[in-house]
Design a protein around this ligand. Structure first.
Ligand code: NAP
Length: 351
């Protein structure tokens, strides 16, 4: 493997040599779409996936780009930035090597998120961490879990009231489990409606997801929480620099195609005024308050899909404690929960 020549800021021309690992997946395709939408300056584009996608072509800015199988020689070309969206095993094997070649890696998997050496970033919340390194040096930056991202986006502007305890229950779309999961929900729903329930097994989830809520995302841990629930807990503490935050989570997969919803209960140290608190949320970049219950206005997963914002509504006091709040938070898990957040990181590092 050739060691990449280090380039200095002076040598850098503004458009980047950019790449996507997992380009054919749900997140990878959304990254491609967003790069185009946001007019991200690109000099060359490299698209990688598994052997299965060899030869597939994906359209970008009116031109088709061939997808290449990822291999150890994939980094023997000029590459400034690579977004990894191909699962934990691929990131574990290839991301450190890419970093050693001087590439800035933005990783969507859980592999490096809790590593002390790796920053876990939501640009609106702790984007200041991105100015630490130099873009011409290789680095791994971790993109948080989709459920964590939308949670910290509403917790950050409320930290001024002192977070005493957070209870989050997630209602997560099947798109969070990739393309195959979306296909399975479609097929099994049609079978169910045509009365052909049979006893088919799911190839993605522990049980068929059609018309069913599964309190099970990712593997079970020794403490009987799922790995998904523990990711939300640990990542939230890391991003908010609150290592002792009392936070608990129940993560549920629900039979909707897109966008995750969360019921969030927060207990504060200090008292608050609900109207001022709504303004705190409203004025935080990337958050949109949708809260007019008398007109049936509140965030809905179907309306959030394809949108960049984190939507929050059903804002009301928890009357069972001295200073408590209940909110309903919805966001597109593929966009802000993955692809958009990764591109915002790249924009902050390079542009
Ligand atoms: N979906 C979400 O809401 C979400 C949110 C945050 C983070 N993430 C993370 O993002 C990653 C991708 O998720 P996804 O939803 O896009 O999954 P997906 O739709 O199943 O796509 C997986 C992608 O990884 C590629 N891939 C698989 N094995 C590979 C290998 N050995 N070498 C190179 N590429 C390989 C696949 O290529 P082929 O098409 O060739 O198989 C495909 O492009 C995962 O780590 C996931 O945890 C997802």
């Amino acid at each position: 493997m050739r060691k990449k020549k280090k380039i200095t800021m002076k040598e850098r021309t503004s458009p980047l040599h950019f790449g996507i690992v997992g380009a054919t997946g749900l997140v990878g395709r959304e990254v491609l779409k967003l790069l185009e939408e946001r007019n991200f300056p690109i000099k060359s584009l490299s698209l990688f996936a598994s052997q299965r996608s060899r030869g597939e072509k994906l359209s970008f800015r009116g031109r088709f780009h061939e997808v290449e199988p990822l291999s150890y020689s994939s980094f023997d070309r000029p590459l400034d930035c690579l977004i990894f969206s191909a699962g934990a095993d691929v990131s574990r094997e290839f991301a450190p090597m890419a970093m050693r070649c001087g590439i800035v890696v933005i990783d969507n998997s859980s592999t490096f998120r809790m590593s002390k050496e790796v920053d876990l970033v939501v640009p609106e919340v702790n984007g200041e961490l991105l100015s630490k390194g130099k873009p011409e040096q290789g680095r791994v930056i971790a993109n948080p879990n989709c459920s964590t991202i939308q949670l910290v986006m509403i917790l950050k502007p409320l930290m001024k009231y002192g977070l005493k305890r957070v209870i989050v229950s997630t209602y997560q779309a099947v798109s969070g489990a990739g393309l195959e999961a979306k296909e399975e929900l479609k097929t099994y729903s049609l079978l169910w409606l045509s009365d052909e329930r049979t006893n088919r097994k799911s190839s993605v989830f522990a049980h068929p997801i059609a018309f069913s809520c599964l309190p099970h995302i990712d593997r079970f841990e020794e403490n009987l929480y799922t790995f998904e629930e523990m990711k939300v807990i640990h990542e939230t503490r890391k991003i908010l620099s609150s290592p002792h935050l009392a936070i608990t989570c129940t993560a549920v997969r629900v039979p909707v195609f897109d966008s995750h919803s969360e019921s969030v209960n927060i207990e504060f140290e200090d008292d608050f005024d609900v109207e001022i608190l709504k303004k705190d949320l409203e004025s935080f970049k990337g958050v949109c308050v949708l809260d007019n219950p008398s007109n049936n206005v509140y965030p809905l997963n179907n309306n959030a899909s394809g949108r960049d914002e984190v939507f929050v509504g059903r804002i009301r006091r928890d009357e069972s404690v001295k200073s408590g709040l209940n909110v309903w938070v919805v966001s597109d898990n593929i966009r802000k929960g993955a692809a958009l957040n990764a591109i915002q990181i790249a924009e902050k590092v390079f542009l």
